[in-house]
Design a protein around this ligand. Structure first.
Ligand SMILES: NC(=O)c1ccc[n+]([C@@H]2O[C@H](COP(=O)([O-])OP(=O)(O)OC[C@H]3O[C@@H](n4cnc5c(N)ncnc54)[C@H](O)[C@@H]3O)[C@@H](O)[C@H]2O)c1
Length: 226
């Protein structure tokens, strides 16, 4: 998946690697802090240190956006901040619908941190009649048959799927038909979507299994040296 594929800040034909895309929010946070401190320019070394990456990686990442800095001066903080923010779509707020307002959907809709990242949860949808009409994080839970109208009326392009796996494909189909082009999928299901639609799958159990693997290796090494 390439979030920046259609963004005008990226020269046509130039792909930004996912690993770079994942670091851009970290650079933005560091640049925001520099801007708030009134720092006009910064070197790649300073910015890399603030972002916790090595300077060569930072320079390479920023070169994907067409930002090379000025030798001896470094980067213009405001300019770079704007470029990075634009590349990750943070110069505007994005309205998001959450489908499936169970444990996870409720927790996500209550999270305060999205709004400062340009993400606005504007609609919650569920299939369970006992949830419909209830208020979660200040929003009324709406019935799933209203989903196409909700997406169309509010011009929503980004959706979160937090339904059981069995319902996820059908939900994705409805979302895509209504105009959604980016889906964050928490359900344990592979979603088939047409070209032009981005799906990111979040699987916390995989993350935990990776940690468990490293933990096991650590334990094996300790045993071997004992
Ligand atoms: N990826 C991860 O790391 C991760 C972590 C936790 C949970 N999950 C997954 O996220 C999903 C939600 O988990 P949960 O604990 O909140 O479950 P939950 O049962 O509490 O919530 C699921 C909600 O989806 C609703 N729903 C069912 N079918 C629907 C449909 N067709 N349209 C709209 N809403 C529908 C249900 O009424 C319910 O409110 C599950 O698939 C679970 O496996 C993933």
């Amino acid at each position: 998946m390439t979030i920046l594929r259609n963004d005008r800040t990226v020269p046509p034909g130039r792909e930004v690697p996912d690993a770079t895309v994942a670091r851009l929010p970290v650079y933005l946070r560091a640049l925001n802090a520099l801007a708030e401190a009134g720092t006009p320019t910064c070197s790649s070394v300073d910015l890399a240190a603030a972002a916790g990456v090595n300077p060569a990686k930072l320079r390479k990442d920023l070169s994907h956006l067409g930002s090379y800095g000025t030798r001896g001066v470094g980067y213009d903080v405001e300019h770079l901040r704007h470029e990075v923010a634009r590349a990750i779509g943070q110069t505007q707020d994005w309205d998001v619908v959450i489908v499936g307002v169970g444990h996870l959907g409720t927790a996500l809709s209550s999270y305060q941190g999205f709004s400062t990242r340009g993400i606005r949860i504007v609609a919650l949808v569920d299939a369970d009649p006992t949830r419909i009409g209830t208020t979660v994080a200040g929003l009324e839970v709406e019935p799933v048959d209203r989903l196409p109208a909700i997406v169309a009326e509010r011009g929503i392009r980004i959706a979160v799927v937090a339904t059981p796996g069995a319902a996820a494909q059908e939900v994705a189909d409805v979302l895509v038909a209504a105009g959604v082009t980016s889906i964050l999928n928490f359900a344990p299901a592979h979603l088939e979507v047409p070209n032009g639609v981005d799906v990111r799958k979040v699987d916390l159990s995989i993350e935990l299994q990776i940690l468990a693997y490293h933990q096991q290796r650590r334990a094996d090494e300790t045993e071997a040296t004992a």
